[in-house]
Design a protein around this ligand. Sequence first.
Ligand SMILES: [Zn+2]
Length: 172
Amino acid sequence: MRENHGLLSESVLNYPAFEIPIDKLFFPIVVDDRFFNSKVCEYCNTSFKCSNEYKYKSSQIVKTTIEKGQFGVKPKNFTDYTLVLSDITKDKPQGNHYLYKTIPGLKNKIFCSNECAYNYAIDKNAVITLLDMVNKAEVRLLVPQTKSMNEKIGNAYKYRGSYTGLKDLKVK
Ligand SMILES: [Zn+2]
């Protein structure tokens, strides 16, 4: 790996009109090609190069219940499920709880993008866990209802997985 000066040239940084603090700039990091492995996406069959082999894992959903709810009130019978998500926030206190029962265990998956992982979740009725390297390497979850949850919450990025706040995930 090289120094993270990336694509920003010395002359631009030294130009007096640019008064952006250096630590606030985004530096593209140039990584040597040999750190990447060639992989094939399990959804779209595209060949691509990636450095993080098991960023995605999948778990089969056997039961889904969508229940209307409100902020601060737990859904009914939630202990019967392995995963409970919701699109209810303090600002939008009315919405839905999404309750999932999944088969125990996670299988490693190769996807070229969050969009492919999400489409796979719809096709196979699965929960996909992903390691979001941009946001402090936290685990996020993609489910068949992710897109509608993001629309409700107002996330511009439709394939953003639900936040877990976890560094690693063990599914019952
Ligand atoms: Zn793909």
